[in-house]
Structures are given as structure tokens and as C-alpha cells.
Design a protein around this ligand. Sequence first.
Ligand SMILES: [Zn+2]
Length: 319
Amino acid sequence: MTPSALTLPSRVTVADCWARDGLQNEPRFITTQAKVAVIDAIVESGIEQVEVVSFASPKATPQFADAADVLRQMQRREGMLVRCVIPNMRGLERAIACTQDGWGVDAVGFPLSASEAHNIANLNRTHAEHMPELEGITRRAKDEGFQVVASVSTAFGCPLTGDVPRAQVLEFVTFFRDIGVDWLMLGDTTGMANPRDAYEMHVLSAQIAPTVRLIGHFHDTRGNGMANCFAALLAGVTCFDACMGGVGGQPAGGQQRYHDGETGNVSTEDLVHMLAEMGIQTGIDLETLLSAGRLAETAMGRPLRSQVLATGPVHRHSA
Ligand SMILES: [Zn+2]
């Protein structure tokens, strides 16, 4: 290696969250058949993790009313981690029931906002109410053999209250380490992170919770998403969430609905392409992934926000 070479991991896990994070705020119900077709194509690409459903109340989030059907119908690959979101104990019970029926999940996840105002607005609980509940959920989930994926939302700022002190975010990192979660993400809920903060906060979190696997989860609300992923990669993070077509994410202002193209997660297609171009293995076949991206556009009825899907991968005229 030359002295000027950049040291990067040789392999990174990419988790696609299109069917959950991506669709959570999608106003139109995407049919089970269309969801499953996209998930199957993503699975076919060789991806190692998918987040496919939320067991939120179907009344509150009708998009996930078919969660059990999606899990029953989707393809699976040996060794792949299937994740879901469970906002509460009732959601965990539904995930357990599906798993006992033979079409369940490997990991359950939940958010807690570092900003208390956001936690109350989004999840109807104060920190004091929410933390013991999450501790109980984690214990029960671990007893059932699930891996647990915790998210500290608004880790880089809150759309309601602005700055969230780093110390406050790191207190929740400590809390999640202490209750024994397996995976932890610092959620850039409304795309307020920049690469410097992304780097430093992941370094600090890894120091506090060295046994917990960190997941980089960035929203591309203001165009910083890929740069933030790269900064977290430099900080030692080797698992990243993304969504096909860069869909999903929360409304940037905390009030207005999500509008096409205004916000969203980092695009899975673009992230996988960037990693591949740097020689980092993900186990994902890009062409198959791009086919999944086209299916996602069909399912959602509009062009999505993936640069590589629009322009095609880098073509190297080496021959
Ligand atoms: Zn997200």
C-alpha cells in the first residue's frame, strides 16, 4: 500500500429499508404484491439485511396493515437478516406471533428521540415513560431470540427544538449499551447532519459502546447523505441503512407531509455503487439491484431519487 492510500474496510453491510422507512410516510397504499415484488428483487441482489415492515398500529399507519402478509410472502435467503420496527410491546407481540408461525423476523427495532419534544410529538411519551418500556421490550425480544436494533433519533438535531447537545445523545447510547441492544443507529431524522458531526458522533459512540454494532442511518434531506455515510465509514462504521430510490425519511419541518424529492433516505443504489467503486464488497449485484430500483419506481408510480438508476453505473472502457 502506498503511504497516501486511504484505509477503508474491505466489506460493508448495506441494509435496505425501502419497504419500511421508505414507505412509512408514503400517502398512497402500496399493494402487498408490489411491496413483495420489490423486496424479492432486493433480496435477489444478494443484500445482507432488509427492514421490511413496521408493526405499528394499522390505524395509525395503514401502509403497514399488511405487515404479516408481506413477511409471509417475501423471499428469504440463508443468512440474511430480516428486520422490522416495533413501536411498542404490542408490536413486539405481533412480531413474535409471525415468527412462531414460521415467517417472522430476525431483528426488531425501535426509535427513541434524543430530543424529548420530538419523542413526545412522534411517540407520545416522555423519556422517563419511554426508557423503562424499551428496556422491557429489549429483555422480552432477547428472550425470544431476536436481535435488537435501537435508534437514537434526532441525534444530529431536532426539527422542533434545533440543536440536540451531544452529551444528551451519548447518554442514550450509554442507555442502549446498558440494556443490551445488538445494533445501534444515530438517526439523522430530518437530515441535519454534516460529515464532521457524522464522523465525530460515530467515533464517540463506538468508544462508549464498543460491543454494539453501529449502523449509519442518514437522510439526504439537504444533500449531505452520501458524504455523511463516507464520514461514518471513516469512523469505522461498517453497516449502513439506505432506501431504494432514496425515498422515505421524515418531513424536514416536522409538520408538513413528505413531498416527492424533498427529503428521503440515502439511495441504496447510489450507496452500493459508491462502495463498489471504492473496492468495498457488499455482496450485492448492482445490476440486479438496479432492476429492483426500477420495480420500486413502478410500485410508487414516479421516478425516484437514485442518481445511478437515472444515469447508469460508471462504465470503464478497460477492454
Ligand atoms: Zn431513515
